[in-house]
Design a protein around this ligand. Structure first.
Ligand SMILES: [Fe+2]
Length: 291
């Protein structure tokens, strides 16, 4: 059974009989070790109260807290084997949307008004080590060209921009057009942001795309791809970057692809020459492990 699919009864039993007992032991030892004072404890529960007060169905401050403490990355890391040749995990982050729309391969996940530079993402999902895997689901989401996620917009993200689900074809292939994400700051207007500021920690994440990969009989994988030319690769506040997850994209001027995917070309950023019209291309294969 997938560790992510335990029932609530199983989870409750495990939490009560093991996890809760162990964390109480650790907390008691910690309180003794650091000689925790009543005033310090009051600071803690006031902070956690603020985390709860700002949390909503679309503002996941507790997940953000776990992310910056490295808890999310550690849990993902130890729940998914690290095997050379298979893709590694990376934290889910606070912006995933369960109800994202399903698309067909070749569709576009953005609109003409979505800010940013066009990117075509395509690749394959493979059974370890290199067998194409048909019918795998790719659930992806990322920021737009302003570094903003769909759920962060005031309308609550009803536009479903830069997020969606795809299923690999008979050759294990997937492909979709969208906007290239850019680096962004995690939300700093809440208690987690206050914590980072007190610690003089950077809140900026390198540009990345999130993915959840699932297929019957395979381990569920939560991961992300980070762009090699992005800032903040060595200072990610949520501890998500791994060398194997750093990718590069190329500037593409293939008119057949422009026509096939309906891509709106732009001058190559930094050049402004109409002869440089094109779009970004990211090609990457995901290698999954059987359960
Ligand atoms: Fe993200």
């Amino acid at each position: 059974m997938d560790a992510n699919d335990v029932s609530m009864n199983d989870l409750t039993e495990r939490v009560v009989e093991h996890l809760l007992v162990e964390i109480v032991k650790l907390l008691h030892n910690y309180i003794r070790d650091v000689q925790f004072t009543p005033a310090e404890w009051a600071e803690c529960w006031k902070f956690l109260t603020k985390v709860g007060q700002i949390s909503t169905d679309s503002r996941h401050e507790f997940i953000l807290l776990a992310d910056v403490l490295g808890i999310s990355a550690l849990i993902e890391f130890q729940s998914y084997p690290s095997i050379p040749g298979a893709i590694e995990s990376s934290p889910l982050g606070p912006f995933h949307v369960d109800s994202s729309p399903s698309f067909s391969n070749g569709d576009t996940m953005s609109s003409e008004s979505t800010p940013g530079e066009p990117v075509l993402t395509r690749g394959r999902v493979l059974r370890f080590p290199d067998t194409p895997l048909a019918g795998a689901t790719i659930d992806t989401w990322h920021s737009d060209g302003h570094g903003v996620y769909d759920v962060e917009y005031d309308d609550g993200g009803s536009g479903f921009i830069c997020l969606g689900k795809f299923v690999t074809d008979a050759d294990g292939k997937f492909e979709y057009a969208c906007i290239k994400p850019v680096s962004y700051s995690i939300p700093l207007d809440g208690p987690v942001g206050d914590l980072l500021k007190k610690l003089n920690m950077n809140g900026n994440r390198p540009a990345h795309m999130h993915f959840i990969l699932t297929a019957p009989g395979f381990k569920k994988l939560v991961t992300a791809l980070y762009f090699g030319d992005s800032d903040y690769l060595d200072s990610d506040p949520v501890w998500g970057v791994k060398q194997s997850l750093i990718v590069s994209y190329t500037w593409c001027q293939n008119l057949d692809l422009v026509e096939k995917y309906g891509i709106i070309e732009i001058p190559r950023p930094g050049e402004g020459d109409k002869n440089s019209l094109g779009f970004w291309l990211l090609e990457h294969d995901f290698v999954l492990l059987e359960e």
